[in-house]
Design a protein around this ligand. Structure first.
Ligand code: ADP
Ligand code: ADP
Length: 234
């Protein structure tokens, strides 16, 4: 059984009288343990795809199933619960709360799931240690570098130990060395911890990490390529 299954998925945006189809009949199955990269140029429908894969939005037509459950049949609170259990999100813009410290940002997803405060703090400590930020617990996001902010976001995404990590241009705001460090870290989560990683990006450099690459263009899948890891490009 696939973790996520898209069947004939359309996303149509309505702008007044005008309709625009951002996704046109996407069929895709994502399995546990994949490192999947969805690659496409600007405007190809990547963010739209990310929103659907992350159950942040529902399709206009067709079905998105997470764990064999059709997400269109869930109400907003059921969706929030299944999203919380299944998916850790990482965004290009980090999406950290600027008034909260590093530690508080990591604690945030646990507020809803971990009623033992002491346990939650231990877990946050452990996660900040893993991403190498133990000494920045009390810092605000404005007091961190780009790479450090993204590492806080990764620690936060791991807080509820979700099987899927979904990242939207995770290296988009980072220099290439820091970007490599972040991708190597995600690669470790894939190889050591068996996490399913899904990255949505326009950056072809990232395909070397993938077990499968889905090329999208103008809202359609152009081709799908299965790779053995770290094989050279072209
Ligand atoms: P990408 O992330 O690959 O740049 P998007 O998924 O953001 O692509 O957008 C795909 C297409 O859908 C683009 O042509 C964009 O202009 C259009 N689009 C995205 N969001 C909206 C929206 N809310 N309303 C209307 N059109 C949109
Ligand atoms: P910047 O965003 O300014 O590049 P980083 O937070 O990414 O700063 O850290 C700078 C460099 O230190 C990184 O490029 C990385 O190679 C190295 N580094 C940071 N944290 C660790 C770590 N936990 N383990 C190994 N190397 C690290």
């Amino acid at each position: 059984e696939p973790l996520i299954k898209l069947t004939n998925v359309w996303k149509i945006y309505q702008m007044g009288e005008v309709e625009f189809a951002a996704l046109k009949g996407i069929n895709l199955e994502i399995y546990e343990g994949e490192f999947l990269i969805i690659l496409g140029p600007s405007g190809s429908g990547k963010s739209t795809m990310m929103n659907l894969l992350g159950c942040l939005d529902i399709p206009s037509k067709g079905t998105v199933c997470l764990n064999s459950k059709d997400i269109s049949e869930l109400d907003e609170s059921e969706l929030a619960i299944i999203r919380g259990q299944m998916i850790g999100f990482i965004f290009q813009s980090f999406n950290l709360l600027s008034t909260l410290s590093t530690e508080e940002n990591v604690l945030l997803p646990m507020e809803f799931q971990e009623d033992d405060r002491q346990m939650a703090r231990q877990k946050a400590s452990y996660l900040l240690d893993i991403v190498g930020l133990s000494n920045k617990k009390g810092n605000l996001p404005s007091q961190l570098s780009g790479g450090q902010k993204q590492r806080v976001a990764i620690a936060r995404s791991l807080a509820v130990n979700p099987p899927i990590i979904l990242a939207d241009e995770p290296t988009g705001n980072l220099d290439s060395k820091t970007g490599d460090y972040i991708l190597d870290f995600l690669d470790g989560l894939h190889q050591r911890d068996g996490k399913t990683i899904i990255i949505v990006t326009h950056d072809i450099e990232l395909v070397r990490y993938a077990t499968r690459v889905v090329y999208i263009r103008d809202g359609e899948i152009e081709k799908i390529e299965t790779r053995s890891k770290n094989e050279p490009d072209m």
